[in-house]
Design a protein around this ligand. Structure first.
Ligand code: BT5
Length: 233
């Protein structure tokens, strides 16, 4: 069983926790920060939260060469969804491929970066931000556990759940690939049945398949989307 959080690097401030993971980091190394001055989203975007309001964690994983490393984004999203759900006691969904949604608001995001044989999995969870402290111009409307549940939450406890759930899902994935998470992901699928546009292609989202692709129905024809940006109405 993989043990995550050994070692655990904790800093008050850094540019991005993704940069705290050294190239020779052993699997399970975790870096967390109370504040990121240059937090990263996907595709050169930024990830922002005021000091001590959110969880910023980067986890070093060394997946088997047989497994497509990009699938780890969904593994991370499943773990973040579980951690948010335990804290909020509300049903949490995953918007393919990397958004964690609570009450139609994005409360967490996942970023997978491939570095040789290592994947640095970055997970950000909005915990105690007030409405004013969330990015107003976010691509998806942003929320925090606090704005949605109306109370503050213990970041340490949520981080502990996140790492425990990631350990669980990562081991399941190592054993059986994404098929092992298929039911979980299906149950949490935010896009299923929605009219969506993926990089200009319009259709109805059918679901996430066993390889982690988004199945899109385009005028009766099924298309398999490997990666992309999804907007929905
Ligand atoms: C993500 O990117 O959702 C991946 C976020 C990963 C953040 C973690 S924190 C720990 C680790 N260290 C890092 O430096 N990063 C990782 P993406 O889907 O590209 O979403 C980015 C977009 O979300 C931005 O362009 C904003 O519109 C919006 N955004 C920024 N901060 C946000 C926040 N706190 N909550 C919700 N949306 C946010």
């Amino acid at each position: 069983m993989t043990s995550l959080g050994q070692p655990l690097i904790h800093v008050e401030e850094c540019e991005s926790t993704q940069l705290l993971i050294e190239p020779d980091a052993t699997e399970g190394t975790v870096a967390v920060a109370d504040y990121q001055s240059a937090g990263r989203g996907r595709l050169g975007r930024t990830w922002e939260a005021p000091p001590r309001t959110a969880i910023h964690a980067s986890i070093a994983l060394r997946p088997p060469p047989t497994h497509p490393p990009q699938e780890l984004t969904l593994v991370g999203a499943a773990a973040a969804a579980d951690a948010v759900e335990v804290a909020a006691d509300l049903f949490v969904q995953i918007k393919w491929p990397n958004d964690v949604m609570l009450n139609r608001r994005k409360v967490a995001g996942v970023l997978g970066e491939l570095r040789d044989a290592m994947v640095v999995l970055g997970i950000g969870i909005n915990v105690n931000q007030t409405r004013e402290e969330l990015p107003p111009d976010a691509r998806q409307p942003a929320g925090s556990l606090r704005t949605i549940t109306g109370r503050e939450h213990d970041r340490e406890a949520i981080l502990a759940t996140l790492l425990a759930r990631l350990e669980h899902h990562y081991d399941a994935w190592r054993g059986g690939g994404l098929a092992a998470l298929y039911q979980d992901l299906g149950a949490r699928d935010f896009l299923r049945g929605r009219r969506v546009t993926v990089d200009g292609l319009a259709g109805t989202a059918v679901g996430i398949d066993r390889a982690g692709r988004l199945v899109l129905d385009v005028e009766g024809e099924q298309r398999l989307i490997e990666s992309g940006e999804v907007s929905y109405s």
